[in-house]
Design a protein around this ligand. Structure first.
Ligand SMILES: *Cc1c(COP(=O)(O)O)cnc(C)c1O
Length: 479
């Protein structure tokens, strides 16, 4: 597509500016005047509308097509949540923090408080902060809270244990919070090697971080024991709850023994994501950790009104105000709309859909951990590789057939990984259409592997040099 600058025609304009009838005051000083024209594109309104409308049609979104990007939970978000989010658009966040301002924002404050309570109930925690702006941000906040807890007890602990099937942000967040990472390998049944974990645990370990279900889509049946082993050594147990979509109303990590959890509102709770934001990664903790939560916090006064309080022992602010408020409104609405029964159905349907996908594709695609999965399933393109076809080729072929590719090459402990997460919002018909194309790709691999190497052929650009695209970004065009 042409850039808007390339559409520019000298003298063309979208507006006719009337000749000024304002008397000229003192002329602009010479130093402030342009020596050259600004160089804006000269286009008509229609040129401009078509340019941006056509660009917008190149966006891939869940509103247009199936988006089974594993680990990301790209579920469809009902439009009524957008209406809910817009309700508070004109409420200035500063009001909550100005002296006496609280009385003007009782509604929003009660929503923050209400969402914190809903999330505490869902996860089995005692209190929640909504400040963190993403899952990874929540992880770092949670680990900082853990560090503050140990510090207050006069303990020096320097390690965080992370299984290799955890999300990559887990070791990254713990390292950013100042810890050294001990990595535990995956056992043959897809979860953390318990003996290796037991051997690694000692009184210098601050916490163990578990992603559950893990990035293989497998639920770890030993999490209660894992928490117990941590607690015996004085360490805490962190639950990466970004995959909560699989266990809503089924397991409360707090009941199992976890001390800290983060959840991703932008994955599980019906709020949009993609393209880098906006997100929200609230953190829940058990009683002993409440003093260290980020400050300030929304509190409910004895008369039923809501106020804002600082906590001197807290780790301080991790974001402006109380977090990404628009996202919180959508999540609050989603939880109320679905209710307890609805949330349980979400997880049941998400898990059923992933297992359906797994059962239908495992005849053609290698399933490295062949067991009932949770909300996503992980294949390997290792059989296809024998014919010279990589996971990437299959991903590109899917683009030509109108589907967003699944996540590929993640998790790292599966070679040629293809990670599929259908989510609960897709119909059987849509999943069947996707399955058919996946089976077609496997057949094409045997008959004409080169066809897959050529894909995508229907897109404005074909294969990109992804390394160069990431390293030498050119987000803006030259005039
Ligand atoms: C997505 C995800 C994260 C990170 O969440 P962001 O909001 O992208 O920072 C962490 N852990 C798991 C398991 C995830 O799926």
């Amino acid at each position: 597509m042409e850039l808007i600058y390339e559409k520019s025609v000298a003298g063309r304009s979208g507006v006719r500016i009337p000749v000024s009838d304002v008397p000229k005051a003192a002329p602009l000083p010479e130093a402030l005047r342009r020596t050259e024209a600004a160089g804006f594109p000269e286009v008509s309104e229609l040129d401009l509308v078509r340019h941006y409308t056509n660009l917008s049609r190149r966006n891939f979104s869940v509103d247009t097509n199936f988006y089974p990007l594993g680990s990301c939970t790209m579920k469809y978000n009902a439009k009524v949540m957008e209406q809910a989010g817009a309700l508070f658009a004109d409420c200035h966040p500063m009001l909550a923090l100005l002296p006496g301002g609280e009385k003007h924002v009782q509604g929003p404050l009660s929503l923050v408080h209400g969402l914190e309570q809903q999330l505490a109930e869902i996860t089995g925690m005692d209190e929640v902060t909504t400040q963190p702006l993403a899952g990874a941000h929540g992880e770092m906040t949670g680990i900082m809270v853990i560090a503050a807890y140990h510090k207050a007890r006069g303990e020096k602990r320097k390690y965080v244990i992370v299984p290799d099937s955890s999300h990559g942000t887990n070791p990254a967040s713990a390292a950013m919070a100042g810890y050294e990472i001990i990595t535990i390998p995956t056992a043959p049944y897809g979860d953390m090697d318990l003996d290796a974990y037991r051997a690694a645990m000692n009184n210098e370990v601050a916490a163990v971080m578990m992603t559950c279900p893990n990035t293989l889509g497998i639920f770890n049946p030993h999490i209660a024991e894992i928490c117990e082993i941590a607690h015996q050594a004085g360490a805490l147990a962190y639950y990466d709850g970004a995959n909560l979509n699989a266990i809503l109303g089924k397991v409360r990590p707090g009941d199992v023994g976890f001390d800290v959890i983060h959840v991703n509102l932008h994955k599980t709770f019906g709020t949009p994501h993609g393209g880098g934001g906006p997100g929200s990664g609230p953190v829940g903790v058990k009683k002993a950790l409440i003093p260290y939560l980020p400050t300030p916090r929304v509190v409910k006064n004895t008369d039923g009104s809501f106020g804002v309080e600082s906590h001197p022992e807290g780790i301080g602010r991790v974001s402006d105000f109380f977090g990404n408020f628009g996202i919180m409104v959508r999540a609050f609405g989603y939880i109320i709309l679905l209710g307890g029964e609805g949330l349980i159905e979400v997880s049941e349907q998400a898990v059923l859909n992933a297992n359906y996908m797994m059962a239908k594709l495992k005849g053609e695609y290698e399933l490295p951990f062949d067991m009932t999965c949770m909300h996503e399933c992980v294949f390997s393109a290792s059989r296809q590789l024998k014919d010279g076809v990589h996971a990437l080729d299959i991903a590109k072929y899917l683009i030509d057939r109108g589907f967003h590719p699944p996540t590929v090459y993640f998790p790292l402990n599966v070679k040629e990984a293809i990670m599929i997460e259908p989510t609960e919002t897709e119909s059987k018909a849509t999943m069947d259409a996707f399955i058919e194309v996946m089976l077609e790709a496997a057949q094409l691999t045997r008959e004409n592997p080169d066809a897959l190497h050529q894909a995508p052929e229907t897109m404005p650009v074909g294969r990109l040099d992804e390394t160069r695209a990431a390293r030498a970004q050119q987000v803006c065009c030259e005039g």
